[in-house]
Design a protein around this ligand. Structure first.
Ligand code: DOR
Ligand code: ZN
Length: 438
């Protein structure tokens, strides 16, 4: 029993409350939670007195840029950033170069993840106008879900017309998750021609369409990055009617508004180009942001949409959209919890249990016997400032630079193994594994 580990005296966080308990881990799994007492046969004991213990976070929306965007991020740097942010499982988006749209590109991306990731991962398959029946020929493809870009964003994935969208909703296995980037492309183009960037109606139109498709086809749908009050209402109404729909909110849509981004830009001038606050869908008004906070109960997940781009790209005349988020999501949420804006229980629900439920991830998202020992230790009292230590993300910036934080991630364990220890990644490339779902 040389691989056993006992974490004593921590305050365990789950959606139904906080409790002081010990956690006994053998190999990759948690085997006991409760009072463990004196265990002589345990190889290692960690005293977590004064610390919170959470299940490792599961971020179901990240862009790790491999293959083709390695100058922005790769599976190694992106998963290092994940661990530093308390995230022990990431689901990677398929808008790479080339995009992940068939068995060949999928297997190639999987091989890259296997060789480089330091936390566990899933990989999305990307929808195109022509691959709606791909799963028939490849039922064993191990993708975590299908991502449909119903509106355009970074990369060349786009399925904007009704017929092509419908084919995917009709053919993809109904119990598996279709995740959508829902912005109505004709509206996006129309407003762009007027010099307006993706006003709320773009997202609202397409979210309504995605929900109608899921309802009509009686199939699972997950709506990414909900950003407006009206979208919250659409999702709430759909859920109340029993449509099998789930959704995620992002940290940037919760913590930034179009006004705060503008004010920071005015204060800091060219030090921070406006594009550091630009993503798809864009930041919204204070009223929309308030509606997200008020509607947190209908959210199933908080996911980062970690979308790193280099500063040089962001400073260019035609900057790409997106912001990194892996290292700042949990600190922002802990700080908000400290301020009473949400409860620690909500963090466990939205960042651990919810993602595992939405994507049917086996053995993750909770601290319980039989579950993977993906755990993080958090010092809830630590005070620090974002940017006061180097970031792990290759792009090396964040829109939250200079924000004071309360609560810091001290350790991250992936399947029983200490992977992040007080600011350092101490595991080798390739120790991450494909998370099992279906
Ligand atoms: O802002 C965004 N950036 N939104 C997306 O949908 C894609 C992402 C990216 O890949 O850069
Ligand atoms: Zn995204």
């Amino acid at each position: 029993m040389g691989t056993s580990l006992l974490i004593k005296n921590g305050l365990l966080v789950s959606s139904d409350g906080l409790r002081r308990a010990d956690i006994l881990i053998e190999g990759e799994r948690t085997v006991h939670v409760g009072q463990v007492g004196q265990a002589e046969r345990v190889a290692q004991v960690i005293d977590a007195d004064g610390w919170l213990v959470l299940p490792g976070l599961i971020d179901v929306h990240v862009h790790l840029r491999q293959p083709g965007g390695e100058h922005k991020e790769d599976f190694y740097t992106g998963t290092c950033a994940a661990l530093a942010g308390g995230v022990t499982t990431v689901f990677a988006m398929p808008n790479t170069a080339p995009a992940i749209t068939d068995a060949e590109t999928f297997e190639r991306a999987l091989a890259l993840a296997e060789r480089n990731a330091v936390c566990d991962y899933g990989l999305f398959l990307g929808a195109t106008r022509h691959n709606a029946t791909l799963k028939r020929g490849h039922p064993d493809l191990r993708e975590c879900g299908l991502k449909i870009y119903m509106g355009s964003s970074t990369g060349d994935l786009l399925v904007e017309d009704f017929a092509a969208q419908y084919e995917h909703f009709a053919h993809y296995p109904p119990e598996r998750v279709i995740a959508v980037h829902a912005e109505h492309e004709p509206a996006v183009r129309y407003f762009e021609a007027q010099g307006l960037r993706r006003p709320p109606i773009c997202a609202e139109l397409e979210v309504a369409r995605a929900v109608a498709l899921a309802d009509y086809c009686r199939r699972r749908l997950h709506v990414c990055h909900i950003s407006t009050r009206r979208e919250v209402e659409i999702i709430a109404e759909a859920k109340a009617r029993g449509v099998p729909v789930t959704c995620e909110f992002t940290p940037h849509h919760l913590f930034l508004t179009e006004e705060t981004a503008r004010a920071r830009k005015d204060a800091l001038g060219d030090l921070l180009p406006a594009s550091l606050f630009e993503m798809n869908p864009p930041l919204r008004s204070r009223q929309d942001v308030d509606a997200l906070w008020a509607g947190l109960a209908i959210a199933d997940c908080i996911a980062t949409d970690h979308a790193p781009h280099t500063l040089a790209e962001k400073r260019s005349a035609n900057p790409p959209m997106g912001v990194p988020g892996l290292e700042t999501m949990l600190p922002l949420l802990l700080t908000a919890a400290h301020a009473g804006k949400l409860r620690l229980e909500d963090i466990a629900r939205l960042c651990c249990e919810g993602p595992a439920r939405v994507y049917n991830i086996a053995g993750k998202g909770r601290i319980a016997p039989g579950f993977d020992a993906d755990l993080i230790l958090v010092d809830p009292e630590a005070e620090w400032v974002i940017g006061d230590k180097p970031l792990f993300t290759k792009c090396n910036w964040t829109p939250f630079m200079g924000w004071p934080m309360r609560g810091a991630i001290r350790r991250a364990f992936v399947r029983g193994r200490l992977a992040f220890d007080d600011g350092r990644i101490i595991v080798e490339r390739g120790c991450g594994k494909l998370a099992r779902n279906w």
